[in-house]
Design a protein around this ligand. Structure first.
Ligand code: SAM
Length: 213
């Protein structure tokens, strides 16, 4: 298990896909349900940003009637996600889009629900990324952006498994989900003036943003 955080080429995409289908597999339906409940949106257009192999977007499509677009800046992740969408029998409702969160290739006000898990830790310019997410949200649309593992039980079980094969993984996780990062991202959202709240609990660290009507 040679998972290297931040490696998004073909090997990285295959590693992420393997982990998403094994160790991480139970978290995606749980997180999808949490997002649907937090945002109160289960139909319309959904954008999964930094979707990787597509597990969260696929779980959201399975738990709702949302039409989901999986956006990722890595062509190798998009290729893996395309295969996963096909295997899930969701090619009619889940589409793929190669693109960067800093310049989302979608029109303004075209997305009802924007989600992103485990990707913002790799973004270079958070003010620009959150401005782009806000731009593509429809009036009344919601975004749920962050990272986590759904529940404390899942988080702890995954940490134990990941740490065995990747010493230092727990430090990487704690840095991403820790207070410094939360406060920095919260400050950016406050400066941008976007209506939002920060969730920090057993489910992880999530920014829930709402676009004004
Ligand atoms: N969301 C997936 C999940 O939870 O299983 C994948 C998370 S993976 C750790 C992070 C993903 O974010 C990678 O697929 C990477 O290519 C993508 N990513 C990183 N920077 C990005 C950017 N600027 N724009 C779009 N995607 C990006």
């Amino acid at each position: 298990m040679g998972y290297v955080p931040g490696k998004f080429d073909r090997d990285g995409a295959e590693d992420m896909d393997r982990i998403a289908k094994t160790i991480f597999a139970p978290i995606y339906p749980v997180i999808a349900q949490q997002i649907i409940e937090r945002c109160g949106i289960s139909r319309g257009r959904c954008l999964d940003i930094g979707s990787g192999p597509g597990s969260l977007g696929i779980a959201l499509a399975q738990a709702s009637t949302l039409a989901v677009t999986l956006l990722d800046s890595s062509p190798d992740m998009i290729a893996v996600a395309r295969e996963n969408v096909r295997e899930a029998g969701l090619s009619g409702r889940v589409t793929l889009l190669l693109g960067d969160v800093h310049d989302i290739p979608l029109p303004a006000r075209s997305v009802d629900l924007a989600v992103s898990r485990g990707s913002l830790f790799f973004w270079e310019n958070h003010p620009r990324a959150f401005s782009e997410i806000h731009r593509v949200l429809a009036p009344g649309g919601m975004a749920c952006v962050g990272g986590g593992f759904g529940t404390a039980e899942l988080r702890d079980a995954i940490a134990a498994t990941m740490e065995r094969a990747n010493p230092g993984w727990r430090n990487f996780r704690d840095r991403n989900l820790g207070t410094d990062n939360r406060e920095r991202v919260g400050g950016i959202l406050a400066d941008l003036g976007f209506c939002h709240r920060i969730i920090s609990d057993d489910s992880g660290f999530w920014v829930v943003m709402e676009k004004e009507r």
